[in-house]
Design a protein around this ligand. Sequence first.
Ligand SMILES: [Zn+2]
Length: 447
Amino acid sequence: MAHLGSGAQAPVLSRLALRSEPDFSTLRGVLTLEKFSFGVGDRFGHQAGAQLAAFQKLAAQGVRVVPVWNKSNREHTFIGSEPRSVREAATAAVEAAGWRHPWHVDADHIRLETVERFLPCSDFFTIDVADSIAKPPAPDAVQGFLSRHPELVGTVKIVGIDTPFQTTAGEVSRVASKYLLAVQDAGRIFRHIAASKGGPGGFIAEVSMDETDLPQTPPELLVILAALADEGVRVQTIAPKFTGRFNKGVDYVGDLVQFEKEFNDDLAVIAHAVGRYGLPAGLKLSVHSGSDKFSLYPVIRRALGRTGAGLHVKTAGTTWLEELIGLAEAGGEGLRLAQELYATALEHVEELCGPYASVIDIDRAKLPPAAEVARWTGRQYADALRHIPSLPAFNPHFRQLLHVSFKLAAKAGSRYTDLLKANAGVVGRNVTENLYDRHLRPLFLGP
Ligand SMILES: [Zn+2]
């Protein structure tokens, strides 16, 4: 195990990360997610190597964070790719780089109807049950839950939360009614996956509830975890919807003080539920739409340092923006395509933004005209798009529109991917730098 330098340069997290961990992944045939993991997306399948380079840079600093390549069914459908392409790209990158630590392939946001083609090539499954939230379960299911869990009613003391939860049977029953069907759904999907992955220990299960309107409060999370344990779901990471807005590709918008309290309370609830309900010991929070949430990273880092908890962060769509930045910087044909894609995006702004209305905030008046962008240098394009909020040239409206415009690049087909290949150096440099400098480093090494 690498040795850390002087105390001043040894942040709490790296010491935690370095506390010698056995390689759980093969222990007793149970596949266990490592303490720190980070999900990356690669829409067009050309950047796995550049992404892995960021994890290697971090490992060289003494912090091991495990890469998870994730792609949802929805995304495969938009791009026209197959799940096995994700594993193939990751395998090639891992072999080329000589990465000797674990890595995973996440079937992101799958459901019973969509999981099938992911089964042979994923070892991590994000079971999305958001659609079943607030749909009523059988009435006796709620009654059964209440009688199994008298400990959830009254004063619930949780280590790490100053004021105990005060609940009534009516409230617990209301929360159970809201989430039990979703949990039963998770159970059905979990058992279906287990049947083809060598049992419940043969894969990593995440349960996600983030794609819904209202956040789940920490007391609700406790009920959800108790129910998941009842259902036999060996959940290793859970993605609640947190308070505030997690817009695509830009910073968090919300109350940081409230987020910090909620995040800390969630960590305490998870630790409590692991002990009380026998859930997997490494169970941890997963932060979805986690890219570019720069103002949250210090908050999250503080919480992990204080509690020793693990973390999964999921990012997906921003590597494609780094590709655009790289093509713009490359100039010539690369810049021309980047400018054309923006012009087309502007013409189709309505249909491109529609499906993402709840996770983007674009002020149309602040989108530069296509004719102006057509005159930009590669540097100007890159500065407007690259997420450095302190740069006056940065334009979050331009960035968010391009974020949701990846389908246009998919449509450009080989013209786009050939340019990625021809400019692999400058594109890859941007991909690695974004991941390492703006994400992994602030989260796991600190400022
Ligand atoms: Zn999600």
